[in-house]
Design a protein. Structure first.
Length: 168
């Protein structure tokens, strides 16, 4: 982990990813059922949510305060793309391995696909704990010197596009 954080762009992105997750958790606590999507980069993160700028700004600042106070669990989010990518990759790899192993036999191809699907589904379900563990590599809750510079918003058809700019 420490070696990854020596690369400035990686370190900044991981910290912004943690702040993004924390912000989304704070908003979800306050506004049940709100649909959100985010994406982090070295300069901050974007957040798509049908909420006004003031509410998002308050949530970003609260998330930053809570992370700085040691609430590191806020950096791990159940809806993170890492969770879906990890489970999908493992299920896809398992079904590919089954298909490769079965393709040597003389059974019909529909049977290969059925067996691969029967393997992929439980692998997908059982691999769910892998994503949150991998988020420890994609987020960094140690954001002590991370400042929130600016929160800007733009109204879209489906809500607001918020750009949160940060600086270390």
């Amino acid at each position: 982990m420490k070696n990854l954080n020596r690369i400035p762009l990686v370190r900044a992105t991981r910290r912004n990813h943690a702040l993004e997750h924390a912000t989304m958790k704070v908003l979800a606590e306050k506004y049940k059922g709100i649909r959100m999507m985010g994406h982090s980069n070295p300069g901050g993160f974007i957040l798509l949510a049908d909420l006004p700028t003031e509410l998002v700004t308050d949530a970003v600042l609260e998330a930053r305060r809570r992370l700085q106070a040691g609430d590191a669990q806020l950096a791990i989010h159940p809806g993170c793309g890492t969770n879906y990518a990890a489970s999908s990759l493992l299920a896809g790899s398992a079904s590919f391995a089954i298909l490769m192993a079965l393709s040597r036999g003389k059974t019909p191809k529909w049977w290969h696909i059925l067996i691969a699907a029967l393997v992929a589904v439980p692998v997908y379900i059982l691999s769910k704990p892998v994503g949150p563990r991998l988020q420890q590599f994609t987020t960094d809750a140690q954001i002590d010197e991370l400042d929130v510079n600016l929160v800007t918003s733009q109204k879209t058809r489906n809500g607001f596009f918020h750009q949160i700019s940060t600086r270390a």
